[in-house]
Design a protein around this ligand. Sequence first.
Ligand SMILES: NC(=O)c1ccc[n+]([C@@H]2O[C@H](COP(=O)([O-])OP(=O)(O)OC[C@H]3O[C@@H](n4cnc5c(N)ncnc54)[C@H](O)[C@@H]3O)[C@@H](O)[C@H]2O)c1
Length: 345
Amino acid sequence: MKLLKVGVIGLGGMGAIHAKVCSALPDVHLQAISEMSAERLEAVGKDLNVQEQYRDGAKMIEQADLDAVIIALPNHLHAKFSILAFQKGLHVLVEKPIATEIQDAEAMIEASITAGRTLMVNFNQRFKPLHLAAKKIIAQEKLGEIYYAKTKWLRRKGIPWWYEAGGKGALSTDIAGGGPLIDLGVHQLDLALYMMDFPEVASVDGTTFYGLGKKDGERRSINYALEDAGVALIRFKDNRTLLLEASWIMHCKNTDEQETVLYGDKGGMRLSNIIEIYDEQDGIQMDTVIKKYDDVNEGGLVGHFCRVAQGKETPVISGEQALAGLKILKAIYKSAETGKTVYFD
Ligand SMILES: NC(=O)c1ccc[n+]([C@@H]2O[C@H](COP(=O)([O-])OP(=O)(O)OC[C@H]3O[C@@H](n4cnc5c(N)ncnc54)[C@H](O)[C@@H]3O)[C@@H](O)[C@H]2O)c1
């Protein structure tokens, strides 16, 4: 099998992990890496023995001999670098959210179609063995039709202050495109939509909350201009409904609370760090707990992306699905700002 030559742009928290995963995958060669910070670039290059190093990601796309690129840059740069990569005929795995603006996400999809190359977004929650098992159970019709779902990712005190990119002294929408909704909510939303088979949206009602983050930011001399938390009710055209909650800072019980609950006409399912299924058989109410799952995907989503680029697997995640999620997130912010329901066509 021909080696897939991969480059990684951005070697912060996520990019360094992606580079490591790539370097260990069979039939994949981590050809080049790119990072603005010389220290990070050197450290990863040394650790993974990658000679081809670039400070400028655009230069790497232009000059390196690559088949695919993984983009782990701050959110506002996802579109620019993805489009550059497609113009060079590369497959692209980009971090979530797909982009900070709907038009940018649309342009990325367009560029991927024109290039005939894969666009995948790192919705790695879908590839957790627990969630892969849950999807399998749902595909076996164990829940019947899922008519209502609740999904949340709440952090008690977990603002990612390192998103304060470029030493601007601010955590603002121009870099991240939003706060916990677009950072954590984007994962939970995607996961719930995936479990519900991406129903068409009818309307979105959203609320955002502010205050705690601003106070915490003042202590660090960072102007925190994002929401602390967001809540939304998403109604689908077939009347199914999804409740989404996301927070970076909130007086919730635990440091980190991540949970999805799906209610179907045959059974219910709760996903946290285990799977619980609730149903009824012959008048007997049954609770099933599943704790062990085979990890069948070598390299998680990055492994899947590489195998898709090699033509060995068909993509589980599409740019269109990521765009559908971004449209909902944008509608949540709009609804929160205007105090009105946002209706979809
Ligand atoms: N999928 C997940 O679970 C998950 C988790 C955390 C973050 N993320 C996403 O990953 C992305 C990066 O987040 P992170 O936490 O790794 O941030 P980070 O700040 O740790 O890393 C970003 C890196 O990009 C570098 N960079 C910025 N501009 C560059 C350029 N023009 N060329 C080369 N390098 C450049 C920065 O120096 C930094 O090292 C974000 O989009 C974030 O939403 C995803």
